[in-house]
Design a protein around this ligand. Sequence first.
Ligand code: BES
Ligand code: MN
Ligand code: ZN
Length: 494
Amino acid sequence: MQITVKTSADLSRQKTDCLVLPVPERGSSAAADAVNQASDGLLQSLRKRGDFSGKLGQSLLLPVAPGMTAKRVLLLGCGDSCALTEANYLKLIEALFKALESSGSAEAFLALDEISVDGRDRPWQLKLLARQAVLAEYRYRKTVSKPKEALKLRKLTVAGSNSAGARSALAQGLAIGEGMNVARELGDLPGNHCTPSYLASQARALARKHKALSVSVLDEKKMRELGMGALLSVTAGTEEPAKLIVMEYRGGAKSQAPQVLVGKGITFDSGGISLKPGAKMDEMKYDMCGAASVLGTFAALTELALPINVVGVIAAAENLPSGRATKPGDVVTSMSGQTIEILNTDAEGRLVLCDALTYAGRFEPAAVIDIATLTGACVVALGSHATGLYSNVDDFAEQLLACGREAADRAWQMPLWDDYQKQLDSNFADMGNVGGPEGGSITAACFLARYTKDYRWAHLDIAGTAWNSGANKGATGRPVGLLTQYLIDCAPGR
Ligand code: BES
Ligand code: MN
Ligand code: ZN
């Protein structure tokens, strides 16, 4: 997708496939007025006849544009006025791309410079616009014979002044959108395609494209040498080899401590011997969306060539039952030396993560963020709108919450109080891997907290936000927006 910003003196003389005009319910916009005048009152008569009211998200495509040089005109309802709330702006651009897609236009001119968003500046608007444009391009193709037709839209021109701030916002939005699409594709791929080895090959492929990125992959033998008994206990039941994928991006000074992203990469979670029920079990192919968000964020980060150091660690494994699988009651020793009684083999995410988090300590990180489809309980608590956020440093939590708001990829902080820790007590090991039915997302985070005491750490439980169920089943690409925004904010002189 190509997007530029340009001022336009006379909209009626704009040569474009599709001229997009914001039309409020009450009053009017200068853009709509200008076009109305050029077309001999066309918009006014459409309103009078009740064909277009300007309701938020309403759109009307005029296939001809009398008195104008544009091929078509798309009227876009913006509700009460051109001054929008954040949520309504997002609804507006969603409707915009739906309408542009079905119009079949290859190119469009967006006269949206009168739109303002409460508390947000123009670059913010442009960033989200660019992101949504790229998200509209996504098609799942890998395993369907006749995939949905490709998006025709290739080029957008947005009315406004072409400032450096505007250009950098567009670049960020495009990169975030592309990173989200990377994460969506990996998430959507079925478990027989997207294996731990496949994730490793994707990380390597990204490294081949960017000099600043190098990738190494630890195999099970190496993990055994490192003492990763928790991670290895998860992969015990499958033939598919587990991989610990380590991505190192060097954009900053050698001496600069890296940001570390740790992703849960369970490419299929059957529950293991604590087998899950059959309904919706197919959705457990999405149990690698944490890993996918690390890869997607690295795609955005390399694209933007951010001047910082970032390490990605992906704990990739498949969780299946078999004669060799780990059994409830088994006790394993993690890389940290702490022992774990595996009371439920379906609480496998924390088992692969705890070893990956211990490994992350080797990089002497500035901060570590893990991302995981960790608990069904998080979906019960927050639904699908907010990612669950935990941190051992309150300032850090606050910073990440702000990144989520900025990126329209929101998180909500959950408590990590010591009061919950005793739910992990075990008679036979240093801890159990489950904490009972109460506060399931919290006790999972409490488990991880026992492995992250040496650094600034946050945990994102994306079980509710990483994919949509039902007719729209598919990965969302979250929280690539939040994570990329965080890395952008870490970069000096952004
Ligand atoms: N991958 C699941 C979490 C999950 C469940 C994500 C449903 C999205 C939707 C995780 O490995 C899991 O099975 N967690 C268990 C933990 C329990 C056994 C303590 C859960 O949430 O039921
Ligand atoms: Mn599980
Ligand atoms: Zn899982």
